[in-house]
Structure formats: C-alpha cells, structure tokens
Ligand binder design. Sequence first.
Ligand code: ATP
Ligand code: MG
Ligand code: FE
Length: 333
Amino acid sequence: TLVLGIETSCDETAAALVLGGNDVVSNVVSTQIDLHAEFGGVVPEIASRAHLDVLNPVVARAIVEGGVDESRIDAVACTVGPGLVGALLVGVSAAKSLALAWDKPFIGVNHMEAHLYAASLEDPTLEFPLVVMLVSGGHTMLIEMRGHGQYVLLGQTIDDAAGEAFDKVARFLELGYPGGPAIDRAAMLGDPDAIPFPRAMKDDGLDFSFSGLKTAVMNYVRKHPDVGDADVAASFQMAVVDVLVHKARKAAKQVGATGIVLGGGVAANSLLREELLGACETDGIQGFLPSREMCTDNAAMIAAAGWHRLRSDGPTPLDVGATPNLRLPLLEA
Ligand code: ATP
Ligand code: MG
Ligand code: FE
C-alpha cells in the first residue's frame, strides 16, 4: 500500500510517499523558519498563507521524486491535529480533495501519534513495549508504546514544553531563532557544570516542569551580567537533558521497556542524543534516535502512522475536520 502523507500543522509544509508503512519512497519538507524568524515565533496567519502557496508544489515534488505515477497512490493521509487551525485546514482540504479526485481512502492522522512512528519508520525491528520520549516545541511526554495504537501516558510537563524552554532561553540570551539549535551550538563552547541550575521535580515521579528553570536562567544572568552566554547555554542545556534522561530511564525500568525512543524537534539536541545513548548502554536496553530530519515535522511519519491507522480503523470519513487540540488516544495506565 502506497500512502501519500501531508503535514501542515505548524510551520513545515511537507509531503511524502511511504510504501507498506515503513519504506520511505520520497520525503519533501519546505520549512517556513525564515518567514517567522523576524517575529521570534510562528505567526499563525503567515503560516496558513505560506502553506497555501507551497503545498501544491511540495506534493507534486514528492510524487515526482518518488518516481511513481499518481495512479499508484492507494491512500492519502494528513495531519488533522493538534496544530494551528488555519494551517491544519490547508492540508486537510488538499488531502480530502486529492482523495476524492483519485477515489482513494482519506486517513486523518494525529500529529503526536505520527511523531511516535518516526522511530520505527527508520528501525522496523524495534520491539514493544517501548518508552517514547516526545520532546517538541509544544509537548514533553513520556509514553509507553505497548503496541500499534496502544499508548499509556507515563508523564508529561506540567508547564512549559522542553522545546519552549529552549526557545525562551535563547530569546532571552538573544541567540537567535529557533532557539534549540542556537543553544545547542552555543553550548558547545561552554562549561555544562559552570552554573548549577535547578533540576525541577527530578526525583518526583515522571512529570516535568521547565518554567522555573527558564526563570532561574533569567535571574542568574541579571545578577551576573558578565557571565558568558556559552556557559549559560551549556549549563541550561545540561539541566534540561539531565532531567529528561533521568526520567526516561526511570520510565523504561518501570514498564520493563526493551528500549527508549526519542521523538520531536528537541530530539535533535546533541547532548540529549549522546546522554540518552550512554544511559541505554549502561542499562542494557536499546536506545533509538531517529535521524534529525525524522525528529522534526515531516510527512513520512504522517504517511507511516496513516498506514497503521488505515489497517486498524479503515478510512476516515470525509466530514472529519481539523482539530487544533486533538488528544493522543490513550489507554488507562
Ligand atoms: P509539536 O510537535 O509539539 O506540535 P513543534 O512542531 O513546534 O511542536 P517540532 O517542530 O517537533 O515541534 O520541534 C521544534 C522544537 O524543537 C523547537 O522548540 C526547537 O527549538 C526545538 N529544537 C530543534 N532543534 C533543537 C536542538 N538541536 N536542541 C534543542 N531543541 C531543538
Ligand atoms: Mg515545527
Ligand atoms: Fe511536531
């Protein structure tokens, strides 16, 4: 089954062709980062307009790069939420139109479920139960994946998402947008032990809290105006990664996971990748890090999640709309 995936939930316009749920035939991403950079964050109206401008060419390119005739496409999968409503609508309308025109099934995909599938897309040998740590601009969640479509929420942030903390601290330090990569780069020149920033809730269950850390960074810099950005960035990053890795390990032990998988944009973080792999090696479990392009928003993961949903639930009715606050379907713990 060849699935065309479409993603327009935030600031990436993406289309991809995936065969059989894990064979990526083509994967095209057009990012709007430059359009939003001058505003220091995603501007919803600009995002919707940009999706409208580039979605058709992006879909066309995914089909051309895949080297297949569009008559070979068996289903059209598209993110229906969570995300920005105007941005989602562009992709949902296009995907439904294509499904109708081609007389093929439409599959509405949950964006967070798709992030869960990004890792198994690159390593289909991963075995359940897995602990997936989803760390993005909008979410920080520890999820036990018991099987396809079977998720138990083990912990989540009670305030800011991890990526949000990176973005806010980077903005405060005037390191640039988006903040995660900017902190990652700045931290390479700094000392991660220079400043003992707080590790909120570290020994306190599997939930996270990052807003106090952001405030601690601001207070420290105001009190020590001469401190170097590199040391602040490195110490902040260490504090975030320390807590993330500690809790991911604890979660894996708790549920007897075969491994830990990272997902979401923050999974591109160099220190997080290094520390998580080291921890998994120590604990004798698998650590799996999707490539950076699979961690951030893309449509291959949408097509993959869509393939699994089509198998389990069949096509999605065409009257399903965009749902900005769509939740991940969860099992009781
Ligand atoms: P969601 O998927 O929750 O709706 P989103 O689409 O904004 O949110 P992603 O696109 O998955 O999230 O990730 C973007 C986030 O990842 C931003 O907060 C960005 O700063 C962060 N990020 C990207 N690269 C890095 C990095 N190297 N280190 C830390 N954070 C990073
Ligand atoms: Mg994004
Ligand atoms: Fe995302």
